[in-house]
Write a protein that binds this ligand. Structure first.
Ligand code: UDP
Ligand code: MG
Length: 310
C-alpha cells in the first residue's frame, strides 16, 4: 500500500528571507499527515537573490523537494502555470511562500478532499491586515468581476486552494497565453467546498504586487473571462442613437419655428467632449481585446525552464 501523493506548489520571486521559514512550517504540517506523500514544487520565477542556492542544498538532501528555475521573471501567473504542469500529485495545492496562506489549512483541505470535494477553496474571511486602498479596490474588483463574469463564488479567494488531479488535468488543457490564474483554476468547475481563514501579514519582505500591477491583473481577469465590455459599447451606441433621433426632432422643430435659435455653446462643447472621450474609451477597450488576440496568435511559450533540481 502506497501513500497518496499530494503536490504543494509555490512560485516565488526574491523571497530568500521567507523560504527557510516556509519550508519549516510546511514540514511541520506534512510530518503530521503521515498517510500522504508530499511533493513540494518550488518555482523560482527569476529571483536575483540567494534563495535558489539555499533551495539547491535542501533539494540535494530531500528528494521530495523539486526546484524549478525559470530562465527569467515571467510573473506569478506563469510561474504557477509551470508548477501546475510539473506537479504529479493526486491533488495539487498552490500556496505563497510568504506564509500569507497559512499552511495549517492544508490538513483541513485534505479532509474535505477525502470527503468528496474536487476543489477546496480557501476564502479570506477578512482583510484586516491590508490597507484601506487594497481592501476597497479588492471589493470593487470582485463586485465588477461577479457582474461581468457571473461567478461570485470566487470572491476573496486567491490561488490558495486544493485541486483534485481530474480538475488539474483540465486546467492544463487551457493553453491561453493571457493567464489570469484564479479564473483558469476555477474554470473547469467540479464540486467545490470552502474553508475560511484570516489572511496574515507578510512574513518577511515586501509585496511584489504594486497597485498598478494589481490594476493590470484585474483588467486581465475581466477581459480574459468576459467580452461584456465589448458588448457594452453596442448597447451604449444604441442608446446614443435613440437619443440622437429624439434630439434631432427637437432641434429641427426649434430651427423651423423659432427665430433666434442659435444658443447652447456650453452644451455643444460638453457633448463633443463627452462623446469624443467615450469613443476613445471604446477604441481602448477594442484595443485590449485586439492586443490579446495578437499575443495569443504569437503562440509563445508561457514560461521557460532553465534548470530542474530533483
Ligand atoms: N511572485 C512570483 N513572481 C512574481 C511576483 C510574485 O512568483 O513576479 C510570488 C511571490 O514570491 C509570492 C506570491 O507570488 O510567493 C505572491 O506574491 P506577493 O506576496 O508579493 O503578493 P500579495 O500576497 O501581496 O498579493
Ligand atoms: Mg503575499
Amino acid at each position: 500500500h502506497t501513500n497518496k501523493k499530494i503536490s504543494i506548489i509555490a512560485p516565488f520571486f526574491n523571497e530568500e528571507e521567507s523560504l527557510p521559514i516556509f519550508l519549516e512550517e510546511i514540514s511541520k504540517i506534512t510530518e503530521k499527515l503521515t498517510e500522504y506523500n508530499f511533493e513540494i514544487v518550488l518555482i523560482d520565477d527569476g529571483s536575483t537573490d540567494n534563495g535558489l542556492n539555499f533551495l539547491k542544498k535542501i533539494a540535494d538532501a530531500n528528494k521530495n523537494i523539486v526546484v524549478i528555475e525559470l530562465s527569467r521573471n515571467f510573473g506569478k501567473e506563469a510561474a504557477l502555470t509551470a508548477g501546475i504542469d510539473i506537479a504529479s500529485g493526486l491533488a495539487v495545492i498552490p500556496i505563497d511562500v510568504d506564509l500569507q496562506d497559512p499552511p495549517n489549512l492544508i490538513s483541513t483541505m485534505l479532509t474535505k478532499w477525502e470527503e468528496g470535494s474536487d476543489v477546496v477553496l480557501a476564502k479570506r474571511e477578512n482583510r484586516l491586515n491590508e490597507n484601506l486602498l487594497k481592501r476597497l479596490s479588492a471589493s470593487f474588483f470582485y463586485k465588477i468581476y461577479a457582474l461581468f463574469v457571473g461567478n461570485s463564488k470566487n470572491s476573496n479567494v486567491g490561488d490558495f486552494r486544493l485541486i483534485d488531479r481530474r480538475v488539474v488535468d483540465n486546467i492544463k488543457n487551457l493553453k491561453e497565453k493571457n493567464r489570469y490564474m484564479k479564473g483558469l483554476l476555477s474554470w473547469p468547475g467540479f464540486t467545490s467546498s470552502e474553508i475560511t481563514y484570516t489572511r496574515h501579514k507578510r512574513n518577511a519582505g515586501k509585496s511584489k504586487f504594486t497597485f498598478l500591477k494589481l490594476l493590470n491583473l484585474s483588467f486581465e481577469g475581466l477581459t480574459s473571462f468576459s467580452i461584456l465590455p465589448l458588448k457594452l459599447f453596442t448597447f451604449v451606441g444604441l442608446i446614443g442613437i435613440t437619443f440622437s433621433v429624439f434630439f434631432a426632432i427637437i432641434i429641427l422643430f426649434q430651427k423651423f419655428f423659432y427665430d433666434n435659435f442659435i444658443q447652447g455653446y456650453a452644451f455643444l462643447i460638453l457633448l463633443i467632449l463627452f462623446f469624443g472621450s467615450l469613443q476613445l474609451f471604446g477604441i481602448g477597450i477594442l484595443g485590449e481585446y485586439i492586443g490579446k488576440i495578437y499575443l495569443e496568435t504569437k503562440n509563445r511559450p508561457i514560461y521557460i525552464i532553465k534548470n530542474r533540481y530533483n
